[in-house]
Design a protein around this ligand. Structure first.
Ligand SMILES: [Zn+2]
Length: 369
């Protein structure tokens, strides 16, 4: 009952793409989906925007997924739309999933942050640090949804920055996972084991597509994070972080990878074969490291004598919303001799060809100072 990778194009929601994804962008899709699934408003944001969820399936196993809790983290939202298209497709696999489970999906939990392209909500609060205090309407909406729905599993969907590599390698962490802890000792309970096994299943699917490009997030406990809170009350939760794929700043490749990971997750849960995935394989996933720059410029002293031999320049793009589009604005960090970073792109000022290419970069004059 498997579907092949090439079939993804049938499910990809073409009306929504790129990094800037707001309620307005997904509204036509949500309206179209209301033919297949129950679409309801579950609450409103600080600025009065609707927070909507879609519910589907008739099975006993209840699964809750939400995305864009951080407003500028839209890749998993795009993947959710693709997944919803798949679930509405009436293929044998889609039907079997919907027969076995009941799924509730909130594509954009923080619509104000999505509109302003910010991590935070309109009161400048990080909703993923508000799971205990529930000071924000969006946090209370999610709290009410999980209290009413009583999910057996939760998927907490995010984006991560381009700085992450897979520990010990120069591969980007294109996708990262975490089975959140529920106490300071990072103990392992039955629920946490379920999260770990589910991650192992999703990782297995991803390794076939992006070998070596999956990382594991640090499991320090913080009760204010939603995943940790859900684990504390006994609901297995997985954190999924969509990251950088080479050259893919619009995150359209990563979007597809998240689609496959989520589908594998659903398949594993509904076919009840979680136990075949070993907990030790969760710990075998290397941790995330922060060694990447968007651009790395080696031998800086060649173009700017104030720097010592061996100094490099790391460039990180800040994502800024300008005229309804995300612009990538370079910021700079000088790396002293002994640096051991990687660049998604690299220039070497000691190589004439590389140097002349560097001179074509828009920020060339800035780095000469
Ligand atoms: Zn996030």
């Amino acid at each position: 009952m498997h579907i092949q990778r090439k079939e993804y194009t049938k499910f990809r929601e073409g009306s929504v793409q790129g990094r800037y994804v707001t309620l307005d962008h997904i509204l036509p899709f949500m309206n179209a989906m209301s033919i297949h699934f129950k679409v309801v408003q579950v609450g409103i944001s600080v600025q009065g925007l609707p927070i909507r969820s879609l519910t589907m399936g008739s099975g006993n196993l209840k699964i809750l997924m939400w995305s864009q809790m951080h407003g500028n983290e839209s890749t998993t939202t795009k993947a959710l739309l693709d997944l919803l298209n798949f679930l509405a497709s009436e293929t044998a696999l889609a039907k079997s999933i919907l027969k076995a489970c009941k799924l509730q999906v909130i594509p954009i939990l923080n619509p104000d942050g999505a509109r302003s392209y910010t991590r935070l909500n309109a009161n400048s609060i990080d909703l993923n640090r508000d799971a205990q205090l529930l000071t924000q309407p969006e946090s209370r909406v999610l709290n009410e949804v999980y209290r009413l729905f009583k999910p057996d599993f939760c998927f907490n969907l995010h984006d991560q920055r381009t700085i992450f590599n897979v520990a010990g390698t120069r591969e980007p962490a294109t996708v990262s996972f975490l089975a959140p802890a529920f106490d300071m000792a990072r103990s392992v309970s039955g629920n946490r084991i379920s999260s770990m096994r589910l991650i192992v299943a999703m990782n297995q699917a991803l390794q076939l597509m992006i070998p070596g490009q999956v990382g594991r997030y640090d499991d320090s406990f913080n009760a204010n994070c939603i995943g940790d809170t859900l684990q504390m009350i006994g609901i297995p939760t997985v954190l999924v972080e969509a990251g950088h794929f080479e050259g893919d700043y619009q995150r359209e490749q990563t979007r597809e990878l998240i689609f496959w990971a989520l589908l594998k997750g659903l398949e594993t849960l509904v076919h009840d074969d979680l136990a075949v995935f070993a907990v030790k394989d969760y710990y075998m996933i290397p941790e995330n490291e922060k060694l990447f720059f968007d651009i790395l410029i080696k031998n800086l002293h060649v173009i700017n004598p104030k720097h010592q031999n061996g100094t490099a320049l790391g460039v990180v793009f800040n994502e800024v919303l300008e005229q309804n589009a995300v612009q990538f604005i370079p910021t700079f960090e000088v790396l002293e001799k002994g640096w051991k970073n990687y660049g998604h792109r690299t220039y070497d000022c000691d190589d004439p060809e590389s140097l002349s290419a560097l001179k074509n970069e828009s920020f060339w004059s800035e780095i000469m100072n």
